[in-house]
Write a protein that binds this ligand. Sequence first.
Ligand SMILES: [Zn+2]
Length: 443
Amino acid sequence: VTLRIDGVLIVPMDGPPSSPLGEVRPGSIRIEGERIAAVGELPPSPGESRLDGSGLVALPGFVQGHVHLCQTLFRGLADDLPLLPWLRQRIWPLEAAHDEASLRASADLAFAELLRGGTTTVQAIETVHGTEQAFLAAQACGVTAVIGNCLMDLGESGAPACLVQGRQAALGECEALRRAFDRQGRLHYAVSPRFVLSVSEGLARDAADFAAEHGLRVHTHACEHPDEIATVRERLGRDYIEVLQLQRLLGPRTGLAHCVHTKPSERAILKATGCAVLHCPSANQKLGSGIAPVAEYVASGLRVALGADGAPCNNRLSLLTELRAAALQQAMIAGPGAWPAAQALHAATRGGALALGIDDAGCLVPGMRADLVLADLDRLGVGPGGPLASRIVYSADESCLRHVYAGGRHVVRDGVLQLDEAGIVAEAGRQLEALLTRAGLAA
Ligand SMILES: [Zn+2]
């Protein structure tokens, strides 16, 4: 299937760090199947269909480097708590009550929301069991997804018994998911230890070896909240990043969510090992964790992606919300201009894709995945003037997104999600009710 999108202002996001938007110019975009075939002044070609994009700005689909699809059902159920009580009192008991149907409903709800908000590439840590449901949901809706089952073999942090898995069972689950889904089209498998306090040193090292053996990505949390960091130091006698390094979990295929509080020595390890930082500004703000020094990370050469984290700690899964929060927070801690809007937009697109090790997404050039957002920026609250990056980062919201393509699939058309939105929302409601009954939390 060939489609030509005409009349758009193309923001390719393929420029150097000094001007990441690349050469912004009016033109057309041709999509063939799942890929961008051509960009620029394109003559009509026979048999292709056409979308009139007059007045719209074409951007690459957004990338979110850190979410929890399985927590989307729990939006609003764990508010107003810091990290460790948030996990122990709310998230773990709720995750423990999931079954296959509720996991699928949660992932479907998340993907519908993500696609509606222009996010076409996602990296997710799921719960201990049933992660195939997240892969199946991703397969069905067109996103590019990097997904992992979370590894937890220590119960002493207060996790329910059914979320604590023996080392062999955990590795068996990793291998089954890797075989079934890794590098199947748009799907990738990532080895995903939950965080230092829930994974034994033995399992962490086995997981690192497994990832190295198969060339897999590693996705985990690190240095999120001061209390968590203090507990790691107390229990293991070392700094957080140092622990992960000794467990051999760090390297260029590793993405670390948060990295809010890191010492200079830990930053040196991040840089030396080439890890990517997955920055979740709204979640860090809501859980009172702090503000990650992202401007400094980027200036030191680290790759950075943005992410909403889970619905219960945000409570949105909107990349545009994260973009604005990220840019405002850096102005607060590093000064206005330390991380300009154009650089934030890079983290949301090409930079985010590269942080996840996905080199064929995040920019509008031929050969890339046909992941596109067509935005209307000539509307109330977003103009009338100002640089494009400023309008997108500081002003735009999801009502600006007119069309979204994920791998060439038209998933948002004229502002309307092309999935069964009402059915997905209704099923999520039914599954939440059943889950709360299983958890003993029904009203
Ligand atoms: Zn997280």
